[in-house]
Design a protein around this ligand. Structure first.
Ligand code: XIL
Length: 422
């Protein structure tokens, strides 16, 4: 009997706010070769896959929402990474509309990505847009340490597996996000309160990185190894258990282990406020870390500095973005670009115009540095952006509106790629 092509019983409730949930029936959508024989165009095939594939409820505390992976039948079908690489699901080539963001970026020799966020994962329209407009997927939800190992030694990759499956089926390059982040919000209690000695903490870090990267080697192409490094008075958060135990050396340890596990993966040091030396800036800190990693032989053509790129519409773009990125002396990626429109007055049209202009200025300044080939947006759909879900209701930071309709900033991004196409 042929499998249902489109699972029409997709749960309709929006997952992002409920803290409790009935276990949702997960029905992995097996991608059958037979679908192609029945004359589906590849694009039509992807549309169906994007619209009907297994869904899941998720938000930052993903495990409080998402089906207990140990009971969801679908999870077992993803219990080993080879499911991600099996011919029926590891579809890498992708036919996209010639005017899609991804096609325009590729013609400019660039990639354009977005984070694969659990908040939207339940929405067919989101899956259709992400699967057809972007060619890099950043898997954050599902790869937080608290998602993967809530209890020491009990690993659960089911959410990350589903994100990776969707990304692979959509022909995306995958970025694992992030192996280490000192933000307590995303670390399990056993790690935060484990009172490990320095050698024990090093072993815990190396083991974590090795287990995750080994599982996804050949499926996830690049990794944010350390996000927002160190604890400094300047950082919003005051916690960093890795820094507390190992000092600055934890960053070297993390990159050392990551490089050992996968010599071919691109390894990324990611940070915020590092696109300018003006105002709150971590440029100096990141330069110090790059020098340390370089001295340890860990900076090569498969290393990049992640420029998160959370800019504001309410203030002019700093004038030193191009020179700042050039000054690092390494490749960069724009890793989490959005434009916070909080405190920007005006009609929706006026605010959209300001956002579009600021974004274009920023993309052009980054490109002028000659260091960046990868442009990644942090979320599509304003209402489920990390800023609006984090208490900034007027942020409107993404290139798609609350209903996943394009905003002028999307057209500006397409124009940017067109303009740099030689
Ligand atoms: C955001 C995530 O997207 C949200 O899910 C989470 O609730 C808060 O953090 N800098 C980062 C990203 O490094 O990991 C943050 O992502 C946004 C700011």
């Amino acid at each position: 009997m042929s499998e249902p092509i489109l699972d029409t019983t997709l749960p309709t409730d929006s997952p992002e706010v409920s803290q409790s949930h009935d276990e949702k029936k997960l029905s992995a959508l097996p991608i059958k070769h037979g679908m192609r024989k029945r004359g589906f165009s590849r694009r039509h095939f992807f549309r169906l896959a994007a619209a009907g594939a297994a869904t899941l409820a998720a938000n930052t505390a993903l495990h409080s929402l998402v089906e207990n992976p140990r009971t969801a039948h679908a999870a077992s079908s993803l219990s080993s990474p080879d499911k991600l690489s099996s011919p029926s699901t590891n579809i890498t080539e992708k036919t996209r509309d010639q005017n899609s963001l991804a096609e325009l970026a590729e013609r400019a020799g660039k990639t354009v990505g977005v984070d694969l966020t659990g908040w939207w994962f339940n929405d067919p329209k989101w899956r259709e847009i992400v699967g057809s407009e972007f060619n890099v997927g950043a898997i954050e939800h599902g790869l937080h340490w608290s998602d993967i190992e809530p209890e020491q030694g009990k690993l659960d990759f089911s959410i990350a597996d589903r994100m990776a499956k969707f990304g692979k089926e959509s022909g995306m390059k995958l970025r694992g996000y992030h192996l280490l982040w000192g933000n307590q919000k995303f670390l399990p209690d056993w790690l935060k309160n484990g009172n490990f000695s320095a050698p024990e903490m090093e072993e815990v870090i190396r083991n974590h990185i090795s287990q995750i990267m080994t599982r996804y080697r050949g499926s996830i192409d690049e990794w944010v190894v350390v996000n927002e490094p160190y604890k400094t008075p300047l950082r919003i958060r005051s916690d960093d258990v890795f820094f507390d135990k190992l000092g600055k050396d934890y960053v070297r340890i993390a990159f050392d282990e990551a490089r050992k596990v996968d010599p071919n993966a691109r390894l990324i040091l990611n940070d915020t406020q590092n696109h300018s030396t003006t105002g709150l800036s971590f440029v100096h800190l990141d330069k110090e870390i790059i020098a340390m990693l370089s001295a340890a032989g860990l900076v090569n053509d498969k290393f990049a500095l992640g420029i998160q790129g959370h800019i504001k519409g309410s203030s002019p773009l700093p004038q030193d973005v191009t020179e700042t990125l050039k000054g690092y002396g390494v490749k960069t990626i724009l890793s989490e670009c959005d434009v916070d429109m909080t405190d920007v007055a005006g009609s929706p049209q006026q605010r959209n115009s300001i956002q579009s202009e600021r974004l274009a200025q920023f993309l052009e300044a980054v490109e002028a540095s000659g260091t960046c080939s990868d442009y990644t947006f942090w979320g599509i759909g304003d209402k489920n952006s990390w800023l609006e879900k984090g208490g900034k209701p007027d942020a409107d930071p993404t290139i798609y509106d609350d209903n996943l309709n394009p905003k002028p900033a999307l057209a500006a991004t397409k124009a940017f790629f067109l303009n740099i196409t030689s």
